[in-house]
Write a protein that binds this ligand. Structure first.
Ligand SMILES: Nc1ncnc2c1ncn2[C@@H]1O[C@H](COP(=O)(O)OP(=O)(O)OP(=O)(O)O)[C@@H](O)[C@H]1O
Ligand SMILES: [Mg+2]
Length: 257
């Protein structure tokens, strides 16, 4: 393993039928950074996340995390190894409280079995207490602790997205994959989200972010990777990507019109 490289995506492809959704993509995610993946609709960004998280196995190529090959492992094993993710569309449990939604996220880190939990054995009770505490810590990290007992539906949309991030953080990941966290957010909400993502990075969690909203990407990313038709078209610091003629023509052009 190269020093400081947390995630190493090596020549990864994913083919659906005849469609090359991801084509020979390679990049590295250094520990402690915020790395953004941008690109037009259908460029393969979510597919790449699904391959990293183990929802799909790559058609070819390999993915390494902390010096171990994770491609081919089941998604729950990859979650236990330290990779958490959020989804492009909100997936909250609306019949649970904000607090309980984060407790659910803790699942990959719990030990007490179903029976000991059902029988309320001391180990299970102690563990539940620990889960409650940890979940509250995560809510505090993202500034939602005062809403712990509310329904997630009572939160503004932007805070629902942040709640999803808190739930992913409850697994205590070393790497978090955020798929379009700013989708549908107002400019004001994006500023709040940017602060939260910077806090998460500062708390020691490395961030890999798929995002269309350039005000977020260019404001917080240390490094930007551009996907286009499944291929990596460019990568570099935000200032360089913003001025890359090919990227502007393929993707950023619309924003400049
Ligand atoms: N499960 C699947 N089966 C077949 N084709 C798929 C599947 N998932 C994605 N695709 C196709 O792969 C391509 C890449 O899709 P993907 O969702 O990864 O794009 P994206 O970059 O996330 O786009 P968006 O910005 O709209 O979210 C698209 O052509 C899509 O239709
Ligand atoms: Mg997508």
């Amino acid at each position: 393993m190269q020093d400081g490289i947390l995630l190493d995506v090596k020549d990864v492809s994913k083919i659906f039928g005849g469609l090359m959704a991801v084509h020979r993509v390679s990049f590295q995610v250094p520990r402690g950074k915020i790395i953004a993946i941008i690109g037009p609709n259908g460029a393969g960004k979510t597919t790449l996340f699904n391959v990293i998280a183990g929802l799909f196995t790559p058609s070819s190529g390999e993915i390494w995390f902390k010096g171990h090959k994770i491609s081919g492992m089941a998604s729950h094993q990859i979650a236990s190894a330290g990779i958490a993710r959020t989804f492009q569309l909100i997936q909250l449990f609306t019949n649970m409280t904000v607090h309980e939604n984060v407790m659910v996220g803790r699942h990959p880190r719990t030990r007490a079995g179903f029976l000991s939990t059902a029988l309320r054995l001391p180990t299970a009770i102690a563990e539940e207490k620990q889960i409650r505490g940890k979940a509250l810590e995560m809510l505090a990290l993202v500034g939602l602790e005062s809403r712990a007992n509310d329904s997630p539906l009572s939160l503004p949309y932007g805070q629902q997205k942040i709640l999803e991030i808190a739930r992913a953080l409850a697994t205590e990941p070393e790497l978090i994959l955020l798929d379009e966290p700013a989708g549908g957010l107002s400019v004001h909400e994006i500023e709040g989200l940017a602060r939260q993502i910077l806090n998460i990075r500062d708390s020691g969690v490395t961030v890999l972010l798929v995002e269309h909203r350039m005000e977020l990407v260019m404001g917080i990313a240390d490094w930007v990777i551009v996907l286009n038709y499944g291929e990596k078209m460019a990568e570099g610091p935000p200032s360089q990507i913003q001025n890359d003629e090919r990227v502007i023509a393929a993707y950023l052009g619309d924003e400049h019109d």
